[in-house]
Design a protein. Structure first.
Lengths: 240, 238, 479
């Protein structure tokens, strides 16, 4: 049995527990033994991206320690996994932390990447009726290079009709603290994204990054649009 | 030749070296063997006819009229092309190829009706005035790039820059043998000339069709400051 | 520092940008067009990544040996009778150019588009002398006629203007009597400017790439104005940023290919012109006198730093054309003639953090720019390095943010502290919750909730759910 340690992410832990639950159930159904290293808190991205590298390093060290004994680390968040992949570079030259950082980066996978490329599964046996469109998050596609895996898995979900999202290459405007520091610009970006989603007439907006989904979902809700936002883990765990 | 001059060089370059945290490099820098060479793959091993075909295919994209002919029919083709642009004053390089390609009779015909100006360095600025008044500028292509539909012109006393620039329209006579795959081959040639210590032309123009701009609402307008229309006449047996 | 546009604060500039409906419509349309042209041009080649890798190699080697190649270049310029002036600062460059104008008793100067001459504010310096300086690039000409409106894009400077606005400006300033049809507007510009080209005393250009092995400078254009600027006036001055140089014609053609495809999706532009010195004996067009002004203006201070790769830039604007932020705020919002991602990295370096500290934060670090750059500048990483510098060395981050981040640092480093905080959060936020959302949040949430709902923290954290499951004896969890 594959031993997987869940890297839940702080956003999911506090605000989107359903996504975490779906991830655990899905992985277990696919034959994994899932544990939850208790000491994990945050990958450090919020502070790191704003330029607070020193402050973020303490959070990073905590993560490196928390997952020390894990075999596989899997997370339903492309941008958080990308952050882990940065650790080796950030701890370069640090005798105590560089090796452990490399080890962690090497064994960490984003969820869809893990399912398709490690578990070698393309059809997870999920079913969800309806029209959906998928938002590809920037960090996952450009920095982590995980592009087709979500589509591979979604195309095998019974009853799900996937629509192409126009201008999918344009960022949704989350960017962590950008969404509050540069609120006006962020609003314009998310509005364009919501407009493109509306054009697809999809009932579901699916994504693999909670930050993006909170951003887009929050705007959709404020505008009162009838689109249900779902994380891909929830879709893949769906068996209606 | 006039003597040139250089001011403030040492302090400027010393400062660069200091920022790069090393001493000045004044010699011994060798260009590395670049790890990639994709430019040599384009149209590799294409025959002259294949290259010519690429050139023809590209002309439409660059709003250029493409004509093919033989040296026997070149005078007729050229006369037709000039008529197509409305005749008027024709301006050409002072280039032995006009004679070599059997164009003297046509040139004389134009001469007689006062509709020809051949670039003549003795006349100085007068050349520019006439080029400005001309309706058609005609040159040979010194080298032609198939991939981009480009004619390469090397300036000289007899081959003024203005001939392919000031007249309202432009016609290039292209010997088939002058067609190479792309700029890579032209660059190689020029580079070798420089390495041999030869003086290269004061102006080397890579010209691709007529002038254009997309500065107004991104709408492409063909014909701005340079020629408004262009024709390429390829001579098959040259 | 005359890279700067205007004196408004960042927030106001962004506000103006967001509220300029035509500009946003024009910019997003242009982005779509230019992005797809670039992708088509790249796909056509079939091995674009190899081209990018080669472009990066060439630029990096050149920058590492910049002093060597500049020396070789200028030796060769002088051998051909050209005059070279190395200008450490904008002021020095302008002084030299003014001296040439004085010597020539120049009254009229024609210019082809050059970002570096905008950067050093050259036009104003010449105008002080009483010279008439005429922009001949169609976009720049339009802006100049329109009371010196600054450019909003490196390659398409008048992107923010619609054809009706241009027609109105031409009517007002140039006795134009026709319509807003682009062909007619362009024809009018052609007629007006022809006269100027033929009567100008000096032609001034920028330089796309200087070629060290031969002492040549090159211009990559579509309109023909750069050719006219360098063929007709008797004196030519070329101004170049010191890093705009290649070793030989062989690298020149590679970078030109990358430039034309990345900027406008063309295999080559209408005119690529390599000029070497003044005219040769016997020639009757081309300049009699040639000057090359090589400008530093803060570039050397970037060498040898973590930002050195930004000097690889070939000014194609591919990054600008994919930036989702530029898309909504436009070029003027950056407050600098260099806008978009390249502008956000370069402007603080050349112009200082005081004026430009917001720019590195006006980004989600989506990396579209890094992906698009033909010479592989890691733009989003450089934006991040600016943020690090602003926080750590410049001390320009707001105090409240510094404190919040310190708290984050502590809380995220220890799961027990986190647990305390996580228990507090739902309680603290309860007053703001309605159902499972927060519509009007406090503190940092306020900016969020101005346009979005924010999810309320769940009653049970995931880890607690996981714990409960394990306690029920079904699954293990690690300590």
């Amino acid at each position: 049995m594959m031993k997987v340690s869940l890297f839940a992410t702080c956003l999911i832990d506090m605000f989107q527990t359903n996504v975490g639950k779906a991830t655990v159930e899905l992985l277990e159904r696919l034959g994994c033994e899932v544990d939850f290293p208790k000491n994990q808190v945050c990958c450090g991205q919020p502070a790191y991206n704003s330029g607070y590298v020193k402050e973020s390093k303490e959070a990073m060290k905590n993560m490196i320690k928390a997952f020390e004994h894990a075999e596989y680390v899997v997370s339903p968040s492309g941008s958080c996994v990308t952050m882990f992949k940065e650790y080796p570079h950030l701890f370069e030259g640090d005798a105590a932390w560089h090796e452990p950082a490399v080890k962690l980066a090497d064994k960490t996978y984003e969820l869809t990447d893990f399912i398709v490329n490690v578990l070698k599964v393309e059809d997870v046996g999920a079913s969800l009726n309806g029209k959906a469109t998928y938002h590809s998050s920037c960090h996952m596609t450009r920095l982590l290079n995980v592009k087709k895996e979500p589509f591979t898995l979604l195309n095998n979900v019974k009853g799900l009709e996937m629509e192409n999202l126009e201008n999918s290459h344009n960022c949704c405007g989350f960017g962590g603290t950008f969404s509050v520091k540069m609120g006006q610009i962020s609003e314009q970006m998310v509005d364009e994204k919501v407009g493109c989603i509306a054009k697809t007439n999809a009932e579901y907006l699916i994504g693999a990054d909670c930050g993006c989904l909170m951003n887009i979902g929050g705007r959709i809700e404020r505008k009162g649009q009838p689109v249900k936002v779902m994380h891909i883990a929830e879709v893949l765990n769906s068996r209606r | 030749m006039v003597n040139g001059s250089i001011q403030n060089r040492d302090s400027f370059l010393d400062n660069i070296a200091a920022n790069l945290k090393r001493s000045r490099r004044t010699s011994g820098v060798v260009k590395p063997q670049w790890k990639h060479a994709p430019q040599h793959e384009v149209y590799r091993n294409y025959s002259p006819d294949q290259l010519k075909k690429e050139l023809e295919n590209h002309c439409e994209r660059i709003h250029t009229r493409y004509v093919e002919t033989s040296s026997q029919h070149l005078p007729a083709a050229l006369e037709e092309a000039v008529a197509n642009y409305g005749n008027g004053l024709v301006c050409t390089w002072n280039d032995p190829r006009f004679s070599e390609y059997g164009l003297n009779p046509l040139m004389e015909k134009w001469e007689t009706s006062s509709s020809l100006h051949v670039w003549n360095s003795v006349k100085g600025d007068e050349n520019i005035k006439l080029a400005e008044q001309a309706n058609v500028g005609i040159t040979f292509s010194d080298l032609t790039l198939a991939e981009s539909g480009t004619v390469v012109l090397f300036s000289s006393a007899a081959k003024g820059r203005a001939v392919s620039l000031l007249p309202a329209t432009y016609i290039a006579i292209i010997p088939k043998s002058s067609i190479v795959p792309r700029m890579t081959q032209a660059a190689e040639m020029i580079h070798e000339k420089v390495e041999r210590g030869e003086t290269i032309a004061s102006c080397i123009n890579f010209i691709t069709g007529p002038s254009n701009s997309a500065d107004i609402e991104m709408n492409l307008v063909v014909g701005v400051h340079g020629p408004i229309q262009a024709t390429y006449i390829v001579v098959n047996d040259r | 520092m005359s890279m700067k546009i205007g004196n408004d604060q960042f927030k106001k500039r962004v506000d103006d940008g967001v509220n300029n409906a035509f500009m946003r419509f024009a910019v997003s349309g242009a982005q779509e067009r230019l992005r797809s042209r670039r992708l088509d041009a790249a796909e056509e080649l079939g091995n674009w990544e190899e081209w990018r890798a080669l472009g990066e190699e060439i630029r990096q080697h050149t920058l590492e040996n910049l002093d060597y190649y500049l020396e070789q270049l200028t030796d060769n310029v002088a051998k051909r009778g050209g005059h070279v002036f190395f200008a450490q600062t904008a002021e020095e460059a302008n002084e030299y150019i003014k001296n040439v104008a004085r010597q020539k008793q120049a009254k009229k100067v024609v210019k082809s588009k050059s970002m570096v001459t905008e950067e050093i504010h050259m036009n104003a310096a010449l105008e002080e002398l009483g010279c008439e300086v005429i922009e001949t690039d169609l976009g720049e000409y339009i802006l100049q006629v329109d009371d010196h409106d600054p450019p909003s894009h490196i390659v398409a400077p008048a992107l923010h203007k619609n054809k009706e606005q241009i027609r109105d400006v031409f009517q007002e300033k140039l006795s134009y009597k026709k319509t807003e049809k682009p062909e007619e507007l362009a024809l009018h510009a052609r007629e007006m400017l022809r006269k100027e080209f033929l009567s100008a005393d000096i032609g001034i250009t920028g330089c796309n790439f200087a070629i060290a092995e031969s002492g040549s400078i090159s211009l990559v254009t579509n309109e023909g104005n750069a050719r006219l600027t360098t063929a007709l006036p008797k004196t030519q001055i070329t101004v170049m940023g010191m890093e705009r140089i290649v070793p030989t014609f062989e690298e020149f053609e590679v970078l030109v290919s990358l430039l034309t495809r990345s900027a406008v999706g063309q295999r080559l532009t209408s005119y690529v012109t390599a000029l070497t010195g003044p005219r040769l004996p016997g020639e009757v067009d081309g300049p009699e006198e040639f000057h090359l002004v090589i400008v530093d203006n803060g570039r050397s201070a970037i060498l040898g730093t973590e930002f050195q790769s930004v000097l690889q830039c070939i000014r194609c604007a591919a990054c600008v054309n994919v930036c989702p932020v530029y898309r909504h705020i436009g070029g003027h919002s950056y407050g600098s003639i260099y806008s978009g991602p390249i502008g956000a990295v370069l402007s603080p370096l050349l112009g200082g953090y005081e004026d430009y500290k917001e720019l590195p934060y006006a980004s989600t670090l989506c990396a579209a720019c890094t992906d698009a750059c033909p010479v592989k500048i890691p733009l989003h990483e450089l934006l991040h390095k600016h943020r690090q510098r602003i926080v750590e060395k410049e001390g320009k981050a707001p105090i409240s943010e510094k404190l919040a981040m310190k708290a984050f640092g502590l809380g995220a480093a220890s799961s027990s502290l986190y647990t305390v905080g996580a228990k507090v959060a739902p309680a603290a936020l309860t007053p703001f919750m309605s159902g499972s959302s927060i519509s009007k949040g406090p503190g940092p949430l306020k900016a969020w909730t101005e346009s979005r709902e924010f999810p309320a923290p769940t009653k049970e954290r995931l880890r607690d759910w996981f714990d409960k499951r394990s306690d029920d004896g079904e699954r293990k969890h690690s300590k």
